[in-house]
Write a protein that binds this ligand. Structure first.
Ligand SMILES: Nc1nc2c(ncn2[C@@H]2O[C@H](COP(=O)(O)OP(=O)(O)OP(=O)(O)O)[C@@H](O)[C@H]2O)c(=O)[nH]1
Ligand SMILES: [Mg+2]
Length: 178
C-alpha cells in the first residue's frame, strides 16, 4: 500500500514460543544497543522501521506478540484483524526440549487461513554470546521442524539483530512480486 510520503507500508507480525527472543531482537534492532533485560511479554510491542530496498522506501510496521502458551490463541485473532503482509516465526535453537512444541505452533501459523498471502520467515536466534550451549543448526532445525521449502530461514543473534535486515529485505522482495 502506498501512502503520501511515498513509502510502502508493510505489516509484519513476530511470533514464536515464549523466551525465543522476539522482544530482544526487535528492541536491539531498533535501539542499536545490546540489551537483554526483557521480561516475558504480556501483550504486544510495536515498532516502526524505515527501510530502503532497491530504491523503494518502505515503512515496516512490526508487531511482536507475546508467546506464552496461554496467550498464543491471541496470535490468531491478531492475524484475522490485521491480515499481515508477513509473519516471522522466531525460534531458539538451544531450546531443544521444546522443539516439538515449536513445531506444532509453527505449523498452526503456516497454515492459518488469514496468512495464506503472507510472506513467511523462520528467524533462528543463535544467541552467539551463549557459548557452550548445545544448539541445532539451521539445516537440522529445518528438518526437525519440517519447514516447507517456500519458507526462508535467517540466522540472527539476539544481541545484535542486524541480520534481521536480511529477513526484511526478503519480505520486501516477495511483497513486490505479489
Ligand atoms: N544473552 C542473551 N540473551 C538473550 C538473547 N536473546 C534473548 N535473550 C534473553 O532471553 C530471554 C527471552 O527473550 P525475550 O526477547 O523476552 O523473548 P520473547 O520471545 O519476547 O518472549 P515472550 O515475550 O515471553 O514471548 C530474555 O531474558 C532475553 O534477555 C541473546 O542473544 N543473548
Ligand atoms: Mg516478548
Amino acid at each position: 500500500m502506498l501512502f503520501g510520503n511515498g513509502s510502502k507500508k508493510i505489516s509484519i507480525v513476530l511470533v514464536g514460543l515464549d523466551g525465543s527472543g522476539k522482544t530482544t531482537i526487535l528492541f536491539n534492532l531498533r535501539l542499536r544497543e545490546a540489551t537483554n533485560k526483557f521480561k516475558s511479554s504480556e501483550g504486544f510491542n510495536f515498532e516502526k522501521l524505515d527501510l530502503k530496498y532497491q530504491k523503494a522506501k518502505y515503512e515496516m510496521r512490526l508487531w511482536d506478540l507475546a508467546g506464552s502458551r496461554s496467550l498464543r490463541h491471541k496470535w490468531f485473532c491478531f492475524f484475522e484483524s490485521i491480515t499481515p503482509n508477513a509473519v516471522i516465526f522466531v525460534i531458539d535453537p538451544s531450546d531443544v526440549n521444546r522443539v516439538p512444541e515449536a513445531k506444532r505452533e509453527l505449523h498452526r501459523v503456516l497454515y492459518d487461513p488469514n496468512l495464506m498471502e503472507s510472506v513467511k520467515v523462520l528467524l533462528i536466534n543463535q544467541r552467539k554470546d551463549w557459548t557452550g550451549k548445545t544448539r541445532l543448526d539451521e539445516t537440522e532445525l529445518r528438518e526437525v521442524l519440517n519447514v516447507p521449502r517456500f519458507m526462508k530461514s535467517v540466522v540472527v543473534d539476539g544481541m545484535n539483530a542486524s541480520e534481521l535486515q536480511f529477513a526484511l529485505y526478503h519480505i520486501c522482495q516477495k511483497f513486490e512480486k505479489r
